[in-house]
Design a protein around this ligand. Sequence first.
Ligand code: ADP
Ligand code: ASP
Ligand code: MG
Length: 423
Amino acid sequence: MVTQKPVIVLKFGGTSVGDVSRVKLVADIVARHRKESPDSNLIVVVSAMAGETNKLVALAKSCVERPNPREMDVLLASGEQVTVSLLAMRLLEIGIPAKSLLAPQARIATTAEHTNALIEGVDSERLNRMMEDGTVLVVAGFQGVTEDGDITTLGRGGSDITAVALAAAANATACYIYTDVQGVFSTDPRMVKGAKLLERVSHEEMLELASLGAKVLHTRSVYFAMRYNIPLVVLSTFAGALEPGQNGTWIVPEGELMEKPIVTGVTYRLDEARIMIQGMSPDISKISNLFDVLAEKSVFIDMISQETVNANSVNLSITVPDENSLTALETIRAMVPELGAEGAMIDRDIAKVSVVGIGMRYHTGVAARVFRALAKERIDIAMINTSEIKMSVLVPRKYCEVAVRALHDEFIDFDVATSEEAA
Ligand code: ADP
Ligand code: ASP
Ligand code: MG
């Protein structure tokens, strides 16, 4: 029996393979990992070149108004086909045995929910067999295959999910996510110059940060890393990774954190819309029926707030993903008579700004400081949502950046509570 070598997974995002010179740089990073870990096999996952998936989406939309999801996936998956082949060619050129694999070849099995499929399994034995002679496998991110052999994609930013799912299937010793910034920052470093590079972030915080807008990691990739206990690190392709000071950000179990800051990060999302139903009946069975109908239409609802106007009338607001907002609005408008409402309006000019930190579990006063920081900038809050480790506020979109900066100034740098204090 062949003893299985440990496996390391490396993932390179779109900017990292954005042109041929960058593909060459990526090949050099792969070569370095191979030299540093001669006893490990390597799986390399790549995204499409930066901007390519957007171009493919636009191409489809220029052809038809509502692209068929199955055909859309065949189109979208083509971006990653280009980069896996280029990288494998380059690796071969510099003397590294390598082979590119598309999802059906890597047997990445998914559900049939086109454009948003879920990974169900990976044939790790087959991957291990292909790596037995030291071949580096270069696997297309973002794509999968159904039981019937149809191509699927995992949702935008889905190459991160491919990488961590392969790492879980291969029981990898680590999964390195190479990207265009040095790691996970206290807020989007492209928006706030003073954003702090975080050395360690707990799985739970990273799940919240990712789902609330820090697109540096896909939420489902963090979930896989947490569930299968895969050491996950985010680092830069361009900053001489693994050199002193360039160690990136490790995503770790909460118990491994020395410090539990009240707020670890500030995030924002611009892809939600708010729908307001005015003057509707407070009858709970009517409200419940409304949510049933929206669920049947597969509309995800994020925030909900209700305001009493008088004994016979309430105003109800919800936020939904912008891509579903017109379906939601049409559905609600059709229900206006049965809801006994005056009408429904939509506001797409909103931003959801959030603060996230596990220290929030142990400290009071976070809401007060959020309100104070935003009040100083005269920013009105339209809706609020909280959980144990996050607080989100809905603000006018034009104030998004000011709100992010105000909350970053308020919480980051000043509040490093030690785990002892937090206990
Ligand atoms: P890739 O193509 O490598 O997958 P993405 O564009 O998906 O890269 O994610 C990296 C980007 O995420 C960064 O360029 C940065 O602008 C953005 N980002 C948003 N919030 C954060 C954050 N808190 N920390 C780091 N990057 C962030
Ligand atoms: N190419 C896909 C996208 O742009 C997947 C990824 O980059 O992770 O969404
Ligand atoms: Mg990404």
